[in-house]
Design a protein around this ligand. Sequence first.
Ligand code: BTN
Length: 269
Amino acid sequence: MKKRKELFSAEAVLDNLNTELIGRRVAFFPVVSSTMDAARDLVHEGVPEGTVVIAEEQTAGRGRLTRSWMTPRGNIALSVILFPHLSQLPEMIMLASLGVAQSIQKVTAIKPDIKWPNDILIGGKKVCGILLEADARFTQGTQVAYVIIGIGINVNLQPVDYADIASTATSLSVVAHKDLSRLSLVQALLQEMDKLFVELKSGRSLFTKWRARLITLGQPVTVTSVDSVFTGIAESVELDGSLFVRCPDGELKRVVAGDVTLTENSGKR
Ligand code: BTN
């Protein structure tokens, strides 16, 4: 029997989407260079907070630390535009990674882990990458932050088809052993992120929930930061999201931005 193709469009995403803010407006592109660029253009046009940009395919998708991100059709590539209070900027990473982890768990019943700061892994392999780009803009003379949260989820990708990521990445269809609805996943993701953003706006912190999902703590890690590479044991995380790593000579180093590889399983994408 021929498989019915799922309708994946702005209208379909908005249909029955029960959110307060995220998904107020959805812009859908069949092909775009990067949803990050499209989202930034929309910020400058003055779109409302909560606008979501979704692409079927990205031709120049980007990842953290100047890496590229491949988005063939059948996966999820989206960016969410938020205007948080400046003090909430560190929690945007927590909001994004928790939103992804919780929504995957809702739809598939599989519980993903978070690798510091915001990679989503299943069985030690990367299923989702998150990229945050923040800047300031002026509204009626006041400077406010805007954050673009870019999320790429491997849904129907077959990592074995791509040599670069074959051993380090996985996809939801691989772990669930079936095709999954991108529409259900995107709607669940927007719903979970919306709930978390409302929590944050009402003054509650996402830190405890985020830390509980981190697989990095207590593990031997290799840290690649802007200016150095070092190893140690990931000891703790701070309220602002930074990571403390105990080095072999006893020194405790604080990592604010960088890439962490779990030494026993160098899962990286
Ligand atoms: C990483 O793990 O390095 C982050 C990957 C982020 C990929 C997403 S896909 C949607 C959005 N558009 C991009 O160009 N990148 C992000």
